[in-house]
Design a protein around this ligand. Sequence first.
Ligand code: MCN
Ligand code: MOS
Length: 764
Amino acid sequence: MSVHQFRSKHGDASDGGLGGRLVRIDGEAKIRGEATYAVENHPENLCHAVLVGSAIASGRVASIDTTAAEAAPGVLLVLTADNQLELNSPSTWLGTPGPEGPYRALVRDVTFVGQQIAAVVAETFEQATAAAALLDISYEQAPAIYGIDDAAAGEGTELPPRTVEWGDAAEAYDAAPVKIEATYTTPREFHTTIEPHGIVARWEGDGLTVWEPSQWVYGMSRTYAEWYGIPFEKVRMISPFIGGGFGSKALVLPYAAIATMAAKMLDRPVKLALTRPQTFALIGGRAETRQTLSLGATREGKLTSILQRGANETSVDGMWVEPLSVVTSIMYATPNFSSRQNAVPANTVTPGALRAPGENPSAFGIECAIDELAYAVGKDPVEIRLLNYAEQDQEAGKPWSTRPLREAYAAAGEAFGWAKRSHAPRSMREGRQLIGWGVAAGTYPVRRTAGEAMVRILADGSVEVVSSAIDMGQGTYTILAQTAAEALGVPIGDVAVRLGDSELPGAPVAGGSQLAGLMTGAVHKAALAARDELIGLALNDPASPFRDLGANTLAIENGEIAAPRGDGLRLPLADLLRRLGRDKIESLRDTLAENGLKAEDRHRNHTTISTMRAPTDGDYSMHSWCVHFVEVRVDEDFGTVRVARMVSALDSGRLYNPRLAESQWKGGIIMGIGMALLEEGLVDPRHARLMNDNLGDYLIPTNADVPDLQVTSVGVPDPHASVLGGKGVGELGIVGVAPAIANAVFHATGKRIRDLPITLEKLI
Ligand code: MCN
Ligand code: MOS
């Protein structure tokens, strides 16, 4: 098995330190096709599993006749609910015990279309596929709920933890001279990662190896260990490359239980790769949402009340909460606030986390509503936002750690040319094209847990950084190399990084835009410890040529160790290690203590989200912030909307690598364009079946849909947010894009589209 580790080819690059614009050190391997993704691993004796999904959304599998499939060429095993292994019920991502009784991956009682009811394993993928078509399945169908608007769904259940209130919002709303009330809705959206989900599983005795794309190798390994009742250390999860996750690859799903049980039953490695439609059916995307916002304000547009009533879709046998108040409650100052939320069950797979879950639909509501208020009181949309600027976090009653949002409006507004905007809708045009300029803000909280990393200085003077943290494209390999190079004083080309393997030191989930901040912190700490140890040896070891110098410290620069002022003796690190007779200096460090945790919390920290700290934990409320200005062009005759240009200013604190941060922001903004104009899971209400479960019919932005995107950092280092002063980057960019576009469409056309996506039939 090959070990993927990366180092920069640009040995002397001056951009290799923290804050430098180093290109991705793993990029070249990906472009050359040298990066091995999970299902490209072919251990000896591999066989292939194909998953069969339910044709109905609700009811029972009455029978599955497997005779023909079992007799088909190459078939090794046909798995159904009748002959599957019963696994242990795993605990949740919070670490709380799962439901009573065993875990049965293949179901008999069906709750959504495509749900796993059988699997066929054969010598080849083609044989498994052909045999799967021979299964004779009969169903007893029951009525299904197609979604949040289905009358059969009702109001759902109230989510008491989602109730946020201060003052008396209803009374203040009734008394307000200016009132805005509107309902905003967002549809089901999907991750559409380039790499579909899949797994290669191999048992050796009671040891399990899985190759599976993973945003969290420790968390997912825990579930495997619990399913099979084996020690955590007996699971090896390998995931050096992930072709995009966006929240969809952080948890173990039923298909993985099926592949691992087949491998166990056959005592052979098994590969199970989901088809693209199966990724839509089996992996919960963003929940459909609905929220009604009532804003009360003075005649000048100063908010006196925000009242929000929201609902999100969940599944009939699971629970997903897409928190709708998270931006509503912090973006603007208001003396009275009330938000409540219900979850409405439908016959769908349980929805899940998709880039900025909660913040995204939350911002769509409040950032459109505040624009409506601006027009109701005749104020500029930027002016109304500054008038209602939240000077502190009112919900938490704490000051912001940093919030350069005024600076963001100023910088991006200036670069966009906002001052030249004419206020009235339909007042700007070029021929048959209506021009609209819109603005909206976004935010994402700073989340924190502890990370762990090992830094080694090797005999040849090169450096190795290892951690089970992952890189799904964000740039983890690169920024960790930069962190170690800077802390140790070695050239970037001398640092190699290895990630994505549960054998390596622990790391929490690459979710909630926390990984960069906490892993740079852990690597920084480990690198400084290794450096201090080496300097200590150089000063004190009898074999060291520096011993007689009488210095009390030494400097390491450009891979050489020298007396502090650089005069006198100077040695490459490799030479010093040789003189010392050491083949490496190694230091393992974690940031448990910095996060108020103890050594015994290690496993829980790395394998659950129970130790994740709230953004308001401590003296401050900590968030990243952004502002998007957008120009749309709407064809007056056809209603087609084009985003012509966008200027965004974003605050993620200190940037570890501006090139990568900008790329992350732009990636988020592009997904925001998709959310605004294209993305929508279309469900046939008769059958509760997703109709566009493929990349031909589920539309996401192509290059032709994306204009020139200008992004500027207005961040300043935030010492409260992380060890090195950075705040989250990965999810920030998407937040606020959809409302900015919706507001621009209103400005262009005079039509308020409150139901995403903004398709042409809603405009003409
Ligand atoms: N960064 C930086 N300065 C900072 C913080 C981050 O330069 N102060 C840069 C670094 O290159 C870092 C990256 O931004 O690797 C992302 O850092 P961070 O915001 O900490 O996010 P995570 O590493 O925790 O990544 C997860 C985040 C999430 S939650 C989703 S969803 C998402 C995202 O990242 N999915 C992605 N970005 C993605 N990018 C790609 N290509 N693919 C995905 O699936
Ligand atoms: Mo991101 S949706 O928190 O993986």
